[in-house]
Design a protein around this ligand. Structure first.
Ligand SMILES: [Zn+2]
Ligand SMILES: [Zn+2]
Length: 380
């Protein structure tokens, strides 16, 4: 498709969403077109390069915040305990306890990235029940609310990205998108627009229903009690070290790593796929968040199980984890995006930083290169 065809196709799509054509056929399944600010599922996309025919906006109103003092107190306690736990991790705990805390960090991370995020929120692959069971156990260790609630919030985050209906709206700043959103009452728009969100697929899974129903028993066991008891009884660790290192420090660490995806990866990094949105390619976040920092790609194509293009797998532990289970048949129907669509999108909406389709690629004409303003150039 050449550029003019492509432009006219976008124009047609825009007309379709404005109701000039039969809207019921074109309306995205998970959205009411007037309000959405980002694609959530593949079926939402309306342009040939899988976008919405709108320019995304960033919006936050100025209404006063209502503090939730219970959460402020609990998070303050957690972080003070975690700093002490970090000290004990380095200078006091047995190496088995440190290793155990590291393993808990990885498995609870996977419970979020491979489970709540890529499997349940985005349906980017399917999993047989043994893998879903493993992931729900991992997810309970992470204590970031039940997977159903996590996936619901996250669908809002993509669909209404960076507006008041996004639970951690990055337009409100780094602190709000990191932890602040958990310290104040939710914006009324979240509840209002959340009513239109389809989460029936999540409730259809008996494993997820079980986790949600018994969450207040399962979560304390998985996140706090067992991580404290196991080091004491299995390798003779002290109660203090076990509790502050394997429970408090490890829990606060993975929480902050997850929050960095909402804060840092919505602020710093390149935007090779869509320069109109805040989410960015942040490699440092990817390292800690098991591959979840390629966030400009992820918000552009959220249904891709890799949350990144191929070639980034070295830093994408979660993708390797899913690939392993795909090999033994427990993960299947893995969705990804074709090179051709990525290329179209990079050219139309990217910021020019794409390593393959940016400066100096095979389609980059000499006249374009010559016309570019280059500061402090080196001959190439
Ligand atoms: Zn995001
Ligand atoms: Zn996502």
């Amino acid at each position: 498709m050449d550029f003019l065809d492509f432009q006219s196709e976008i124009k047609n799509c825009r007309e379709r969403t404005l109701g000039l054509e039969d809207k019921s056929k074109m309306a995205p399944k998970s959205s009411n077109a007037a309000d959405v600010n980002g694609v959530l599922f593949e079926s939402d996309a309306l342009t040939p390069d899988m976008a919405l025919p709108i320019t995304p906006v960033q919006r936050a109103d100025k209404q006063p915040r209502q503090f939730v003092w219970r959460n402020i107190t609990l998070f303050a306690y957690l972080h003070i305990a975690a700093i002490y736990g970090g000290y004990l991790f380095l200078f006091s705990a047995k190496w088995q306890t440190d290793l155990f805390a590291y393993i808990l960090y990885v498995i609870s991370g996977l419970g979020i990235t491979a489970g709540a995020h890529r499997l349940w929120a985005h349906k980017s692959y399917k999993a047989k029940w043994p893998l879903r069971l493993i992931l729900v156990i991992f997810n309970t260790v992470a204590f970031q609310d039940s997977a159903i609630d996590w996936a619901r919030d996250h669908r809002m985050h993509h669909k209404y990205s960076e507006t008041d209906a996004d639970p951690h709206n990055a337009t409100r700043g780094f602190f709000f998108s990191h932890i602040g959103w958990l310290l104040v009452k939710k914006h009324p728009e979240i509840k209002e627009k959340g009513k239109g969100l389809d989460i029936s697929d999540l409730y259809a899974d008996p494993i997820l229903r079980f986790q949600k129903k018994y969450y207040l028993i399962l979560m304390p066991l998985a996140c706090f009690i067992l991580p404290t008891v196991i080091p004491v009884y299995c390798w003779g660790e002290t109660w203090t070290n076990a509790y502050f290192v394997a429970a408090m420090f490890r829990y606060a660490f993975i929480l902050n790593v997850t929050w960095l995806v909402n804060s840092a990866a919505h602020k710093w990094g390149d935007k090779p796929y869509d320069k109109a949105i805040k989410p960015s390619e942040n490699i440092s976040v990817s390292v800690f968040a098991l591959g979840e920092g390629f966030h400009n790609y992820h918000h552009t194509f959220p249904w891709d199980y890799k949350t990144a293009e191929l070639g980034n797998n070295r830093l994408n532990f979660t993708t390797n984890f899913i690939n392993f289970f795909a090999k033994i048949g427990w993960a299947y129907d893995l969705k990804t995006v074709s090179d051709d669509i990525i290329k179209q999108r990079v050219k139309r909406t990217g910021d020019g930083s794409h390593h393959l389709w940016g400066w100096g690629d095979e389609d980059h004409e000499k006249s374009e290169k010559d016309a570019a303003i280059r500061i402090n150039p080196k001959d190439d």
